[in-house]
Design a protein around this ligand. Sequence first.
Ligand code: AMP
Length: 454
Amino acid sequence: MPSPDEATTSSTPSTFKSLGLIDPLLEALDQMGYKAPTEIQSESLPYALEGRDIIGVASTGSGKTAAFALPILQKLWDEPKGLFACVLAPTRELAYQISQQFESLGSAMGVRCAVIVGGMDMPAQSIALAKRPHIVVATPGRLIDHLENTKGFSLRGIKFLVLDEADRLLDMDFGPIIDKILKLIPKERTTYLYSATMTSKVAKLQRASLSNPVRVEVSSKYQTVSTLLQYYLLMPLKDKDAYLVYLANSLAQNSIIIFTRTVNDAARLSIILRTLGFPAVPLHGKLSQSQRLGALGKFKSGGRRVLVATDVASRGLDIPAVDIVINFDIPTHSKDYIHRVGRTARAGRAGKSITLVTQYDVELIQRIEKVIGKKMDLWPTDTEEIALLKERVNEAGRVAVNELKEQVTKGGNLNRKRGREEIGGGRDDRDRDDDVVEAGMPVRNKRSKKAGRR
Ligand code: AMP
């Protein structure tokens, strides 16, 4: 099997016009405020516009969505008939974001998109598919469901297939479903495969789905961008909540994402913050799909400045202009750290990340520093101010515990993994996140199955 061609880098800075994009797209790019192509866009577009298959090694934040959407839309302008492209994404949120970008970039062309994801009404999706969209953006499970059960719907005419975040698609065991889908689409097509990391599974998928591809790589596996300033903050475990509130207080003018490892902490901390007057909203996999989209919408529109999220939100979500990422817990995998802090300092902007480190986390933070090849700086704190905060934070903590208990009594139990059917009934509920659902403080390093089932 021949290995993919490596893209050769051009030293002249490109513009969208010099890359050969057509006027309706240039107009849309101008309206969206995209002044110049990002690296992945200027590297991949010349090949994509030539009609080549592309392997893009790039993570969220690099501008990869436009890198695959623009050549598809350019071709659609020439042949505007029927269902034209299918984009597979690992999560519902990412699917909605991709569709929004297609709609914005294709606004001058009247492009029609349909989002086909689990947890949403199947008949309504069948109607959307019957309206003959140009682009279908889907999570694999629900797509195969429609391919097998929705009369009149097929992908036999598509010209483009995009596998976005392929590493994550495969991590979520969508491999067999993708194999099925590959059998139901034409061999004569253009394929784009984007992945943040090139694992052996991704390489296998690449061999099965692409022909004579060009490989474009813009960042190595584990890298954080240079505009990101990374800090840590040391504290005893028992004072973590107070330190977090101190940070929220001193950074109140910023948009902030706080990442927690457990659903319980995301729910608890957002109540603590709200009780203390911070506009916080939780985002985790135990919320319904509409609650998740609602939370994200409030945060994106600036109605809420603080998002408290589990790792469900750390990948793939396009949340513009986040100033600060706070890691309430250190992710056990360095890869997750990179994804989390990738929510800030995007597309050339500046950003900061602050990681809370307790006496139990020193080894973990050192491991992350090794992987990113950078030493983090200590975030300065005012210990007197934190001491003064403690009582109010503890009181808010009690309010949160009571509120969560009430939710449990009402049936919204956060401390128990829910069965598939309880979450919308969609067959591809695997596109839910794998949130750790534990009561109380997180278990460090190793996840305790016992604790997870309490
Ligand atoms: P993505 O990696 O596709 O998730 O894109 C990350 C963010 O960068 C999104 O908010 C895009 O709207 C934005 N973006 C993509 N391309 C450009 C560009 N050429 N100039 C400015 N922003 C961009």
